[in-house]
Design a protein around this ligand. Structure first.
Ligand code: FAD
Length: 292
């Protein structure tokens, strides 16, 4: 199923994100975790792409397994920045062979050793280059892209970020998924600005349940997200108590999701990080709200 069809529905739903294993030995445990999440019957599941593409095969293996065994629509991520045109075209062929219909087209983070390089000769400098490549494949992929309510860290300002976001949409992307955020007002403000800029495709907010103290520092460092005082207080109080932090983090994420639904959002994407217990707890908290 193409996700563009799903986003036309009026019902309220959750989707979950999982990541592929880094090694053969980890494959089985990741497969089991992703199957447990698929058994919750989310509206779709996304499978991330390892930075640099070393685990690209696993992204497709996990996505295909979820779709074939549970009938859950999948979204396979693909990055391009450190790849040659030949490699990306090979990955696109692999996706077609695996029956992938939905692709999240990403630039990816630039590897540290390449940060100082002259980028003029690179085949893919931005996600828009990959969106063009996917569109030109003629396969009719439903293409998604990333967006940043708090501005991508490399952008000079939000106006510039939104200008390039519009380029991605104009190149053929049918929906956007946001970076995590902990203050819904940042999303509402961002939505207002992108709608004003003429971006009309569905925007799927990405919510990260913070369930342990260590995860917080890493998540904030990666995303640069603003931590509202309400969230900081919760982390200060419960960060050193794993069970309490998990419960509080799930409650905070649930609260964010309810507010999003109450304000007109129909699908929320949960960064469930291969944790079936977290995905299940959030879904249970919303059992009478989600209408599928
Ligand atoms: P782009 O859209 O190319 O934007 C990157 C920067 O370049 C921005 O500052 C933008 O304003 C600017 N820019 C864009 N187009 C142009 C242009 N034409 N000219 C000049 N400047 C331009 N990483 C992974 O490795 N694997 C994953 O699976 C993965 N999944 C993700 C899912 C989501 C929902 C999100 C939000 C991020 C994900 N990432 C993933 C991280 C992502 O790869 C990084 O955030 C990366 O730094 C930017 O990727 P992008 O596709 O947003 O890049």
């Amino acid at each position: 199923m193409k996700l563009s069809e799903l986003f036309c529905k009026e019902s309220l739903s959750l989707s979950f994100e999982v990541f592929p294993p880094k090694t053969d030995t980890a494959f089985e445990s990741v497969r089991l975790a992703t199957e447990e999440i698929a058994a919750l019957r989310p509206s779709f599941m996304s499978v991330t792409y390892g930075a640099g593409g070393g685990t690209s095969k696993y992204t497709l293996d996990i996505a295909r397994n979820i779709k074939e065994s549970y009938g859950v629509p999948t979204l396979a991520h693909l990055t391009c920045v450190s790849s040659t045109r030949e490699t990306v075209r090979e990955r696109i062929r692999d996706m077609i062979d695996s029956g992938i219909e939905n692709v999240m087209a990403l630039r990816g983070d630039i590897p540290e050793e390449k940060l100082g390089e002259d980028r003029t000769g690179w085949h893919y400098r931005h996600a828009v280059d990959l969106i063009n490549e996917l569109s030109e494949s003629g396969h009719g992929f439903c293409i998604g892209a990333a967006c940043y309510p708090e501005v991508h860290p490399e952008s000079a300002d939000q106006r510039e970020d939104i200008k390039y976001l519009k380029e991605k949409v104009d190149a053929g992307c049918s929906f956007l998924t946001t970076q995590m955020f902990f203050d819904n007002n940042l999303l509402y403000n961002f939505l207002y600005k992108i709608r004003e800029a003429g971006i009309t495709v569905p925007v799927i907010p990405g919510i990260m349940p913070i369930t342990n103290g260590k995860q917080i520092e890493r998540a904030i460092k990666l995303s640069g997200s603003f931590m509202p005082q309400r969230f900081k207080s919760l982390v200060d109080k419960f960060g050193d108590n794993p069970l309490a932090m998990k419960q509080a983090g799930i409650a905070y994420a649930t609260d964010q999701i309810i507010d999003l639904f109450a304000n007109g959002i129909k699908n929320v994407h949960v960064y469930s990080m291969n944790k079936p217990d977290v995905a299940r707890a959030i879904q249970n908290n919303l059992s009478d709200i989600i209408t599928k």
